[in-house]
Write a protein that binds this ligand. Structure first.
Ligand code: ADP
Ligand code: MG
Length: 463
């Protein structure tokens, strides 16, 4: 009876949510108990529990009601999927069970007894990861807790759930930190694992180099051989068809082998312009999580924790001042704190609100120092053309536009004079610079793709 009720509810829910969401959140749920007071739904982990409570509770209540159940409350209870397994073997059993072995084939393969044992690092590797990014030093609060829970679930069982795991959200809110924390945790559990972290920009660059030096197979083997592949800022693959194709094959190879893929982006898959449909659809196969700016309390906690590591306790007013004035970007928040601490340390002062406000005030009006060379390099790289070309004599359209963008950026970011802008790009005549800046200014108002390009270049510049 209960079973039928829940089957009916699930059947309806399946029609009203996406397939990915249904599989992730609903498929393994059960009805534990049902009476007039409450319905208790069994879920497999805390993460599903949170998501059902927060996002789907109304839908579940409504669907229950349609099927004749009107409990006063709905509760979600975690029932470990591995309960049966745990009952079979003591928790302390060191060897992976047969079931685990099947769940994570590639992962365990790196510890294959047929391979030489001893130094497990000999066949495991860590590439591109920064050890600084761990779960332990990540402050969990509203805005990032779902992402945190998902990352922990993936780190505990790579390749089995939430594959791919797709985190998206604005700049400086902890995406890179979290996805690298997964890699570091996987390696801590299993030094033999092959964990590869790569920014999508680096992926692009290496792909281009591989083609140029005819090393395509090395490139493919390298990425396709990962147990955990972490690709950061995947939005930079947008519009790059060849590379998307390569990435598509890499994705498939890893996914089919039940190994883990983790992706971050500044926007959800459906909003990444010129992302191939087949990649888009694969990105939503697993789980996508929206990371939000941490709330005020969490920002305060982050500040205090970071100050602690310098042996300094912030006064409440300083902490609140910083957390109020830097709201959207934890990287900037950290930057503001570091600036304050450095300033005070040099002068032997205790951080107070006056110093904080004078420093922060000037920091906001003064752009971070970047050079003309950096801007030109970034722009060339974004459009995948050699620097020699952007500053050289060529007049092809696919070089002229990036050159104009570079000029525009020199003006908007560094406020350089037009003659200086012209010289930086190897032009003799400064009217070219005036014309270019005006043109990009005008076009970027109409052309969303150009706007995106500009903001991506800026983002990388200031990252
Ligand atoms: P994103 O990749 O989203 O742009 P990052 O992961 O680079 O952001 O985070 C920016 C900085 O803020 C990093 O130094 C990171 O360690 C720190 N940070 C972000 N969120 C947190 C958090 N919740 N707890 C501790 N540090 C954080
Ligand atoms: Mg990042």
């Amino acid at each position: 009876m209960q079973h039928n009720l829940w089957q009916a509810v699930l059947g309806e829910i399946e029609l009203s949510v996406s397939r990915g969401n249904f599989i992730t959140w609903f498929k393994n749920t059960t009805l534990i108990r049902q009476d007039d007071e409450r319905v208790i739904i069994g879920v497999s982990n805390v993460f599903v529990k949170q998501q059902l409570e927060r996002k789907y509770n109304d839908l579940i209540a409504e669907t229950l009601r349609k099927n004749g159940a009107t409990p006063a409350a709905i509760e979600y209870k975690i029932q470990s999927v591995s309960r049966a397994r745990q009952e079979e073997e003591p928790a302390s059993a060191p060897a992976p069970s047969q079931q685990q072995r099947m769940e994570t084939p590639a992962y365990v393969a790196s510890q294959n007894p047929n391979k030489p044992q001893g130094n497990t690092l000999a066949h495991g590797y860590r590439l591109g990861l920064n050890e600084r990014y761990t779960f332990e030093n990540f402050i969990v609060g509203s805005g990032n807790e779902l992402a945190y829970a998902a990352c922990q679930a993936v780190a505990a069982n790579p390749g089995t759930k939430y594959n791919p795991l797709f985190l998206y959200g604005g700049v400086g809110i902890g995406k890179t930190h979290l996805i690298q924390a997964v890699g570091n945790a996987v390696l801590a559990n299993n030094p033999g694992a092959r964990v590869v972290y790569v920014s999508s920009e680096q992926f692009v660059q290496e792909f281009v180099d591989a083609l140029r030096f005819k090393k395509n197979t090395d490139f493919a083997d390298h990425y396709r051989g990962a147990d955990v592949l972490i690709v950061d800022d995947v939005q930079f693959l947008a519009g790059k068809e060849k590379i998307q194709e390569e990435f598509f094959h890499t994705f498939n190879a890893i996914h089919q082998a039940n190994r883990q893929i983790i992706i971050s982006s500044d926007k959800p898959p459906r909003e990444i312009p010129t992302l191939e449909e087949r990649l888009r659809s694969r990105f939503v196969w697993g789980m996508s999580i929206d990371m939000q700016t941490p709330d005020f309390e969490t920002r305060c906690a982050i500040l205090q924790t970071k100050a602690d590591t310098h042996g300094i306790t912030l006064t409440t007013d300083v902490m609140e001042y910083l957390a109020t004035n830097v709201q959207t970007n934890i990287r900037e928040l950290e930057g503001a704190l570091n600036q304050l601490l450095a300033f005070c340390e040099m002068r032997g002062l205790d951080p107070d609100i006056h110093i904080a406000s004078s420093l922060l005030g000037s920091a906001q009006s003064r752009p971070k120092h970047i050079s003309a060379k950096q801007i030109i390099e970034r722009t060339a790289r974004h459009f995948q053309i050699p620097i020699e070309d952007i500053v050289g004599p060529k007049r092809d359209k696919d070089i002229v536009v990036p050159r104009q963008v570079a000029m525009y950026m020199l003006r908007s970011e560094l406020h350089l004079s037009f003659p200086k802008i012209a010289r930086e790009l190897g032009r003799k005549d400064h009217t070219t610079a005036i014309h270019s800046v005006e043109k990009i200014e005008k076009e970027s108002r109409l052309d969303a793709e150009l706007r995106t390009a500009i903001s991506e270049i800026k983002e990388r510049l200031y990252a």
